[in-house]
Design a protein around this ligand. Structure first.
Ligand code: AMP
Length: 189
C-alpha cells in the first residue's frame, strides 16, 4: 500500500514527534506546515513576512499562502513515494484544496490518523513544551487561541474524513513507543 497519510489532532498531541520518526522509518516525506512556516519566518522570506502576524497570534495563516506552499512541497521528488502531512489540513477548505492538489498529481489520500488526547493533558504538555522549545506561539494567550482555533476550525475535519471512510484513531496518551506501535497497526505496517 502507498503511504499518503495525514496526522490529525490538537496542538500538543504529539503528531510532530511521531511523524518525524515514522517518515524516516517508512522512507516518505515528513511535511509539517508549521515547521515550513517557522523556517520561512526565520529566513525572512516574502511568505514568512506575510505569515508572521497570524503565526505569532496563534491564528491560522491564510489559505492563499499555506495551500500554495503545500502544493509546491508535494511536488518535490521526495514526496512522490509518499508523505505524512503534519499540521495540514486544518480546515475543511484546506482538505478540499488537498484533494485537488493530489488529484492533479494522480494521487489519493490513504488514511487520516487522529490522535486522541484529553484536554487537561494537552494544556499540561503545551505548558511544558514552552520551557523546552521556546516557540513564540507557546505563550499563555496564543496557546489558548490555538486550542480554540483547533476546536472551531480543525475538529470538523473528523466528520469530514469519517464520512469519506479515511479516519482511523490512535490513543495520543501513554508511552511514545506504544503510540508509535498503535499507528503502525492502524496503517497495517
Ligand atoms: P504547528 O507547528 O502545526 O502547531 O503550527 C504552528 C502555527 O503555524 C499555527 O498556529 C498557524 O499559525 C500556522 N500553521 C501551521 N499549519 C497551518 C495550516 N495548515 N494552515 C494555517 N496555518 C498553519
Amino acid at each position: 500500500m502507498s503511504m499518503r497519510v495525514v496526522f490529525l489532532g490538537p496542538p500538543g498531541a504529539g503528531k510532530g514527534t511521531q511523524a518525524r520518526e515514522l517518515a524516516r522509518e517508512w522512507g516518505v516525506a515528513h511535511v509539517a506546515t508549521g515547521d515550513m512556516l517557522r523556517d520561512a519566518i526565520a529566513a525572512g522570506t516574502a511568505l514568512g513576512r506575510q505569515a508572521r502576524t497570524y503565526y505569532d497570534r496563534g491564528e491560522l495563516v491564510p489559505d492563499t499562502l499555506v495551500v500554495g506552499m503545500l502544493g509546491e512541497r508535494l511536488q518535490a521528488p521526495d514526496a512522490a513515494k509518499g508523505f505524512i502531512l503534519d499540521g495540514f489540513p486544518r480546515t475543511i477548505a484546506q482538505a478540499e484544496s488537498l484533494e485537488r492538489v493530489l488529484k492533479d498529481l494522480g494521487q489519493e489520500l490513504d488514511r487520516v490518523v487522529f490522535f486522541e488526547v484529553s484536554e487537561p493533558e494537552l494544556l499540561q504538555r503545551l505548558t511544558a513544551r514552552r520551557a523546552v522549545e521556546q516557540r513564540v506561539d507557546d505563550t499563555d494567550e496564543t496557546v489558548k487561541n490555538r486550542l480554540h482555533v483547533y476546536a472551531t476550525q480543525t475538529a470538523p475535519l473528523l466528520e469530514y474524513y469519517r464520512n469519506r471512510s479515511r479516519l482511523v484513531a490512535v490513543p495520543g496518551e501513554g508511552p511514545i513507543d506504544a503510540i508509535r506501535g498503535a499507528i503502525r497497526q492502524v496503517l497495517g505496517r
